[in-house]
Write a protein that binds this ligand. Structure first.
Ligand code: HEM
Length: 400
């Protein structure tokens, strides 16, 4: 059976769909069945490595601005930087610019509103799936709804303006790539297979919520582990010097960073930014002698799976990037044991973009700074939708 057919037998739990509607609406993360196939066929090509290459320069610019800020702070004598806060801010800027382009004044305004929506929904105790749960936090629920509407309105105006300016084929940002793929489907005579304007709005929100914190946390946890494991910090810096050199960042060389890739895999194994995956069964599914009835909600604990000594070995809890060096499965004994980017047909559509951002930001940071864990760091990973350091990540940063 193809991954696509299997993917259609599973849906996303209704409680989450209702709860996260202001964030994802009918975007790819939540949509199901034939609608999911239609969305995926249009969105996946927009994210192919050739297409997203044009987005790299925006990533470099935003990273350089952060580096300048850090140098100013360090020169003023303050060496402690809350790296989590900084990296989330830069990833937010990157996703806004890569989605809507650099010149749109509304892009940062949308970013501020999206972030406010995320805070409203996830910085308070919530009662997802508890009967009448939304009334326990009535004010927050109303606030989220209001913000959701304002964001939709802003996004609609950005997309309409893009269409009216006849630049919808522009390949300079994700919105342009998406509109271009949508246009191709129309030209092929498959009008019923295109995305509506409403759906394009939801996809833009999905890119923001699905794409920026996940990537930022991958970078944040990497810097924490590299600060703890100086040998790996040095090995990566040496690799960067050897493969990329000391001059201006040459993007074509980034794919040659083999150790960097192993480090990324290992960080995502130990600290998967998406710490669990949920499904709802859409038709009875037989697993050996067991029938999982349609409607059942399933919760896959990715963190537990990635730390399971039975499939990863006795050193499952240790940071050992070398396990991925000669084995792309990292020595895992189960083919479904590594789920950082999900599985099957619903595997993360933005992972190439995430790799690119990860490589650019880390190459730039490691070429300019060295990192040590600050005494103020308190190790306490917690699940707040994503897996993040509860008290941030203060690091002591020196310029090289
Ligand atoms: C390190 C960074 C990232 C991680 C760890 C990550 C993780 C994941 C995971 C685990 C899933 C599967 C969820 C499920 O099956 O329920 C997923 C799906 C998805 N991701 Fe990512 N992601 C990352 C970056 C991105 C980026 C940069 C984007 C886009 C800008 C993105 C957009 C999406 C979308 C649209 C889906 C839904 C795919 C579908 O259902 O067909 N992600 N991601």
């Amino acid at each position: 059976m193809s991954a696509e057919v299997v993917a259609k037998r599973w849906g996303k739990p209704s409680v989450f769909k209702i709860d996260r509607d202001p964030m994802f609406g009918s975007g790819l993360v939540m949509v199901e069945g034939n609608d999911w196939v239609r969305h995926r066929h249009i969105i996946a090509p927009a994210f192919n490595p050739l297409n997203i290459k044009v987005l790299a320069s925006m990533m470099v610019e935003s990273t350089n601005k952060m580096i300048e800020r850090w140098v100013t702070q360090i020169n003023s004598g303050n060496l402690e930087i809350d790296v989590e806060r900084e990296v989330i801010a830069v990833a937010g800027e990157i996703i806004s610019r890569t989605t809507f382009g650099m010149k749109d004044d509304n892009a940062m305004h949308v970013f501020d509103k999206l972030r406010a929506l995320q805070m409203t929904l996830f910085k308070t105790n919530r009662y997802v799936g508890v009967p009448f749960g939304k009334y326990f936090n009535f004010k927050k629920t109303l606030e989220a709804k209001k913000l959701g509407k304002e964001i939709d309105h802003l996004l609609l105006s950005i997309i309409e303006a893009r269409k009216n300016s006849h630049k919808e084929n522009s390949q300079q940002d994700l919105l342009g790539l998406l509109l271009q793929e949508n246009q191709h489907q129309k030209v092929d005579g498959k009008l019923g297979k295109t995305l509506t304007l409403r759906e394009v709005v939801d996809e833009c929100k999905t890119f923001f919520f699905g794409g920026h914190e996940t990537t930022a946390l991958a970078i944040t946890w990497t810097l924490m582990l590299l600060a703890k494991h100086e040998d790996w910090q040095n090995q990566l810096r040496d690799e960067i010097r050897e493969v990329v050199g000391n001059d201006k960042l040459d993007l074509s060389k980034l794919s040659g960073l083999k150790k960097m890739k192993c480090v990324m895999n290992e960080v995502l194994r130990l600290y998967p930014p998406a710490p669990n995956v949920q499904r709802q069964v859409r038709e009875d599914i037989k697993v050996d002698n067991l029938t999982v009835p349609s409607g059942t909600n399933l919760w896959i604990d990715v963190v537990a799976m990635h730390h399971d000594t039975e499939i990863w070995g006795k050193d499952a809890n240790e940071f050992r990037p070398e396990r991925f060096m000669d084995d792309m499965n990292g020595g895992c004994k189960h083919k479904m044991g590594y789920l950082s980017f999900g599985f099957g047909g619903r595997m993360c559509v933005g992972r190439n973009l995430a790799f690119m951002e990860y490589n650019i930001v880390l190459t730039s940071l490691l070429s300019n700074f060295c990192f040590k864990v600050s005494e103020g760091y308190h190790h306490s990973p917690s699940v707040m939708l994503s897996l993040r350091p509860t008290y941030g990540l203060p690091l002591i940063v020196h310029t090289l």
